[in-house]
Write a protein that binds this ligand. Structure first.
Ligand code: HEC
Length: 484
């Protein structure tokens, strides 16, 4: 309660161990869709982004997360839908009681969460006036639901999507393609865990009837290879996905991106503009028929909402990760934008590094525009790129480098980037001198010398692990192509 700080209610998203009793009737229902001992891993489903209040039905619409670990064979070995992962769940706003749900990915196993934004609109569909919600989760489909009761009205692909052929509107379920669950070994699947659409907000313009969606076109190769399915243990306070996956830049069409205008009623793309790969921010559309969006390469652009024509743009000197907002003060209209480079897309390493937004090299800014604005931005610093250091005479031990890759992939790459190419979230270790001194490396990685600056410590890493990591780092510094 806002006045007392007391907790009014709590809704559990996934059930705990049934032996301990059920948290709620909704969890009793959900537990029937799980197998094995999922509670050991937590299950997943966290609601980290899309929560929308719907005043017309006094309900909360909650977009839920993927499974934990991602690989369903570990989490729920005999299958099952695993409610309420990857769902929109409608809750009574006053009591937190379950009203209805729609699950976009039953038995999810690719990190296709449904945390993306949930947009409310009055739509006319086949002659019916519908209180609708629109949702484009990671899985490549665009959904329209009747938000009064959760009825599925349409689900259409907005981008290349190969895990399912279509969604059966009668059952509401996706029709999966054989092999997509990497049940037969490795499988290349579209979209990647970055999604066809990630958390970067889409926007809906009732004037044009169009939705403006930042879209990522990328596949990933998933495999159980090297994963201990039966004996998997979830390490504490660390990301453990339980599947090997790669979004290597060498894959066809790796990581191209667009801004697309999607007609939700006609199920068609009306226009599309290329964006720099791969991580572009959310959109904002206005009554004056404009669409604003920042870009990974540091440009801020206004498009014509009906045609996609670029009407205005401005360089802002650093990659943009945040959506703009607009507001008026004393009758004057402003557009504000945070300029800064961050977020999960940076783990892809070289796709992000190509823009030159090196760790801590460029100032972050809040910029505000108005029609008669006259302020001049200070000179921008040029893009900066890492210079990998090849230590002359260093003999790379291939076996150690392979061991180092294993440690790097599970412990370091989320911040320092795939292939030891930093996307800008942390220093590029190929040019760092610290790994070259065993003592310095240990003091940073094991003892936590840079803890205060956001570099975690890994107290369980032993000397031989650090040596293996160093061999892997040197290998990538010498020849990027040989180290993936
Ligand atoms: C949660 C993100 C994160 C993870 C995971 C992470 N790092 Fe870092 N690391 C950072 C950040 C941020 C810095 C920069 C800190 C600063 O500004 O001083 C850093 C700095 C470093 C440095 C110092 C580089 C220099 O030249 O200043 C080394 C070496 C390093 N990390 C190695 C590792 C290794 C090895 C792993 C995996 C075992 C790892 N890091 C995992 C975020 C991370």
């Amino acid at each position: 309660m806002p006045d007392t700080g007391e907790q009014a209610w709590r809704f559990w998203v996934v059930p705990g161990n049934p032996a301990d009793g059920f948290e709620s009737p909704a969890m009793e229902m959900a537990a029937k869709t799980w197998t094995g001992e999922w509670w050991k891993f937590g299950g997943g489903g966290n609601t980290w982004n899309g929560i929308t209040y719907d005043p017309e039905f006094d309900q909360l619409l909650v977009g839920t997360g993927n499974g934990s670990p991602w690989n369903q064979k570990i989490r729920s070995p005999q299958g099952g839908d695993n409610l309420f992962l990857c769902s929109i769940v409608a809750l009574d706003a006053d009591t937190g009681d379950y009203k209805w749900h729609y699950q976009t990915v039953p038995g999810e196993t690719w990190d296709y969460n449904s945390n993306m934004d949930i947009v409310l609109a009055d739509l006319k569909l086949s002659g019916r006036n519908i209180k609708a919600l629109m949702h484009a989760p990671k899985n490549g489909f665009f959904y329209i639901l009747n938000r009064e009761n959760g009825e599925l009205l349409s689900a259409e692909k907005i981008s290349k999507t190969t895990w399912a052929s279509h969604v059966d509107l009668k059952t509401g379920r996706p029709v999966e393609i054989a092999g997509a669950r990497y049940e037969d070994g490795s499988e290349e699947v579209w979209p990647s865990p970055f999604g066809a659409h990630s958390w970067h907000a889409m926007s809906y313009n009732p004037n044009t009837g169009l939705v403006y969606i930042p879209t990522i076109k990328q596949s990933a190769v998933f495999t159980d290879g090297g994963v201990d399915i039966g004996g998997f243990e979830s390490p504490h306070r660390s990301v453990a996905v339980g599947v090997a996956f790669g979004t290597a830049d060498s894959l066809p069409d790796a990581g191209s991106s667009t801004l697309q205008a999607w007609d939700p009623i006609k199920h068609e793309q009306v226009w599309e503009q290329p964006l720099p790969p791969q991580w572009n921010p959310g959109t904002m559309t206005t009554k004056g028929n404009l669409v604003f969006e920042g870009r990974a390469d540091g440009r801020f652009v206004a498009y014509h909402a009906e045609t996609g024509e670029i009407l205005w743009s401005q360089e802002l000197g650093l990659g943009i990760s945040a959506p703009p907002i607009t507001y008026s003060v004393d009758g004057k209209q402003y557009v504000s934008l945070l300029v800064g480079w961050g977020g999960a897309g940076l783990i892809s390493g070289s796709l992000s590094a190509q823009h030159g937004w090196k760790y801590k090299a460029h100032p972050r800014r809040l910029v505000t525009f108005a029609l008669d604005g006259s302020y001049r931005l200070p000179e921008f610093l040029p893009p900066a790129f890492a210079t990998p250091r090849d230590v002359e005479g260093f003999v790379i031990d291939e076996a150690l480098a392979a061991e180092g890759l294993g440690i790097y992939s599970s412990r370091c790459f989320l911040c320092h980037g795939g292939g030891v190419v930093s996307g800008g979230m942390a220093p590029d270790l190929r040019e760092s001198v610290i790994p070259m001194s065993h003592e310095a490396f240990k003091s940073v990685v094991v003892d936590g010398a840079l803890l205060g600056n956001g570099m975690p410590r890994f107290r369980d890493l032993k000397d031989d692990g650090l040596i293996a990591l160093h061999h892997y780092i040197r290998k990538c510094a010498r020849d990027l192509n040989s180290c993936q």
